[in-house]
Design a protein around this ligand. Structure first.
Ligand code: ADP
Length: 474
């Protein structure tokens, strides 16, 4: 079965968050199961693109409103990611250094989707299925089925995965002129609350839609659908919750090149300490103290605004007997508050703002606990990386966190849960976790256990393939 994945991000080409990790690994595992999965994404002016070789396999011009943009489709020549990678380069639209954050994002992603469809239409080998990821590719199922230009692709099954339902890519109807022409009687399929909503359009037009955990699917249908709850419920007969896997080759403490010492579940005690030592030396943190870490976007969804209060309160309540480390970027107010806390508690709190892949690996290895006070967490990958690296997750009971980190008090406990996304809830759980750590034997037993959990893509990749097959048979 030939499958094209369409996405704005893909690790290691361009990564902002978990979307990249998923699109950079799922196709690789699908290919091992006998599928022919490839990735089509925008070309960005980034290291991976500049350092690798690509051949130009298709070019032309795309008209958006009344402006013509030259484009190229470039194929990575060495197949080094375990799948074919196609980049769509549109002059003046995708040749940029960042994935997101541009004022003309709507135009940028309409251009990307339109050219992706030109490419698929003209490609010698037609896909058996097209898999769209998040709202940046949400217009594809509509365009394939209702835009006469793409008639050749009509009826090819599509799957749409919602990695984050908070972002929907809404745009006003004035953007209609940027879309390829279609019969206006079909425009209701693009509409939600009188504006064009690409995520809603994806849910309406795709053959099946998935979210990245069962728990998050329920939340989307009930209170956390960011306005699309009724749509999710209405389309629930084609909804599936399939939990993400992790790339156990990239995220492997036994081989990870970003660690100062590698380790497995039999020798993690001293080696985790060695990684922690480097982190402590680099950031001048007090030695011999347990480490609670946070890695992620400074966004309300992640509960990042709670971090300054939590860290301050915990250091005071534990009389300085705990260290924290935060790596992230986003909301500047949060960043400033964290800096203030760092100045007050020198030696107890390490902070690195910005995006740093290498440091994130060292933190997963060196930490004792990973804190995730998320208000919303569709699946969450950090907690799975943490467990694989022997760091115990402390998580708010929500979405994918609830699905993947049962509380320590449960039979199959893996970490510490708390109910309320507030300072008190998080501090209660951190105290509990730190007290637990003082029982060295139990704490090591839990670390050994969570390191051995199979979070690999194999199971989930098989579930996706089973879903593809069901759709094709309909
Ligand atoms: P998101 O909602 O941000 O996609 P996920 O838990 O699904 O959250 O995935 C987050 C991914 O991004 C993980 O691989 C995590 O390690 C990584 N990450 C987040 N922030 C940073 C950062 N500042 N530096 C390095 N990696 C980061």
């Amino acid at each position: 079965m030939r499958v094209f994945h369409l996405s704005a991000e893909c690790y290691p080409v361009a990564k902002v968050g978990g979307l990249a990790d998923v699109v950079g690994s799922l196709p690789k595992y699908q290919n091992r199961l006998g599928c022919v999965a490839s990735v089509i994404m925008p070309w960005y002016d980034v290291d991976f693109v500049n350092k690798n070789t690509f051949e130009n396999i298709f070019d032309g011009k795309v008209v958006l409103r009344n402006h013509q943009y030259p484009f190229k489709v470039l194929k990575e020549t060495k197949n080094q990611l375990g799948f074919e990678l196609f980049l769509i380069k549109i002059e003046g639209l995708t040749d940029r250094q960042s994935v997101y954050g541009y004022e003309d994002a709507a135009k940028q992603f309409i251009g990307f989707q339109t050219v992706a469809l030109y490419f698929m239409r003209e490609s010698e080998i037609q896909p058996d299925l097209v898999h769209c990821h998040d709202h940046h590719t949400g217009l594809i199922p509509f365009m394939m089925n209702y835009v006469p230009e793409f008639e050749k692709l009509r009826g090819i099954p599509t799957v749409g995965t919602i990695h984050n339902g908070q972002y929907q890519g809404q745009m006003g109807w004035e953007m209609l002129n940027y879309l390829p022409g279609f019969n206006l009687s079909d425009s209701g399929l693009l509409d939600w609350n009188n504006i064009i909503n690409p995520l809603a359009a994806m849910v309406k037009c795709t053959h099946a839609f998935t979210t990245v955990s069962e728990g998050y699917l329920n939340e989307l249908m009930n209170e956390k659908g960011a306005g699309l709850e009724s749509l999710y419920r209405q389309e629930s007969q084609k909804a599936y919750g399939l939990v993400n896997g992790i790339d156990t080759e990239v995220w492997n403490p036994e081989t990870d090149e970003f660690l100062v010492e590698n380790y497995g579940s039999n020798n993690f005690v001293s080696k985790k300490k060695a990684n922690k030592k480097v982190l402590y030396e680099r950031y001048k943190l007090n030695k011999e103290l347990p480490l609670v870490a946070f890695i992620g976007r400074f966004a309300a969804e992640k509960g990042a605004d709670l971090l300054p209060g939590i860290i301050q309160r915990m250091i005071m309540e534990r009389s300085g007997d705990v260290n924290f480390f935060v790596l992230g970027s986003g909301n500047l107010e949060v960043e400033q508050k964290l800096l203030d806390v760092q100045h007050r508690f020198i030696g107890n709190f390490g902070l690195e703002t910005g995006y740093n892949e290498a440091l994130s690996h060292l933190i997963y290895a060196g930490a004792d606990f990973l804190l995730m006070p998320s208000r919303v967490e569709p699946c969450g990958l950090n907690q799975m990386y943490a467990m694989r690296y022997g760091s115990i997750p402390i998580v708010r009971k929500t979405g994918g966190l609830n699905d993947t980190v049962p509380d320590i008090e449960e039979k199959n406990g893996r970490g510490f849960q708390f109910n309320d996304a507030d300072e008190t809830g998080a501090c209660w759980a951190i105290h509990k976790a730190l007290d637990f750590m003082s029982n060295t034997k139990e704490s090591r037993k839990l670390r050994r256990k969570i390191m051995k959990i199979d979070f690999s893509w194999e199971k989930s990749a098989q579930k996706y393939l089973a879903l593809y097959k069901t759709i094709k048979q309909r």
